[in-house]
Write a new protein. Sequence first.
Length: 387
Amino acid sequence: MELELTDTERMLRDTFRAFFTTEIDPHVPAMERGELLPYDLMRQMHRTLGLDAMLPRRRGAAAEGPAAGLDTNAARYARTTFTVEMTRVSPSFTLSYGASTGLFGANVLGKGTPEQVERFALPVLRTEKIGCWGLTEPGAGSDALRGMKTTARRDGDHWVLNGAKTFITNAPYADLFLIYARSDDGSIQPFIVERGTPGLSTGPPMKKMGMRGSPTGEVFLDDVRVPADRLLGGGVRERDHVKSSLAVERGGLSVMSYGIAERCFEIARDYARQRRQFGEPIANFQLVRGRLARMYVALSNCRRIVYADWLAGRTLKESLADVCAGKLYCAEMGTFVAFEAIHILAGNGYMEEYVVERLARDAKLIELGGGTTEMQILTMARALLAD
């Protein structure tokens, strides 16, 4: 299934692909080796592509910038395709960008007070500052809320935070942290904390199987005093807020998985056409064709999921079960297509030169982050069986 694009939509796709191919792709090896951080490249991307027009905004706010004239459906296509094209080049770059602008920036934009939006959300959304989202703890991953040990104690006109977070994207270099903690009344509340606040420290970047161009680390809070006005929105309903944040993250991870699968499929298909064994292209061999066909089934289904709104020409109201189903399926299929691509390329697929080994390592994280496959299944079951 090829997407039938308008001239405007085709222009958007080609613009995004050209930028990421020429301006980001040459720097990916250095980012993967930890020699170059992604943040200056994010700022360059924001300026060059005029991304202000694609920022999430409060209801009723007028859009500005070069994308302001897009109709609603073209804007939906632009947002999804932007992430797809970015991920085709570097999933880890997408991960850092999404954690900063989505999990921190969009959360503060949507839930924060006007002062919090102006001071903290907008600089992150414009990539002037880098944000991160601190939910997971050493002893609380899937059990993030009930098992949370980080505490927030009210002390006059301040809150005092104590605890630790781990596996936090951007933590080693973030300027701003959205830290979840158990408050005096037992509820889980998010607090905005600035780097440099006494008692806040971060660990070095962790060494990982994949997503190596995206710094991941720990956050330590030792009697960190934050003003009372740093409580996001003056306080939120814990489960609703965390669930909505995770739903947004899971939707973004589905798009990333599709981007990985699309690039890996294209590499494998083109390689099969060119690689010759026994005097003919390996694409002529029935078992290779079978692998490519199964890869395309997965790719086609993922495409329908991530472009569902655009294909329908309207905003679709997804249930919690829908979001989890999309994340589970796309994540598993992203990994499947990537490893099938390695198999088709054989020895070459195992080498860095052909990219698919990096994309396969990156794909595996999406089955774990934003809730493991098991948590997606359990969450779907609860939602489907709820009265």
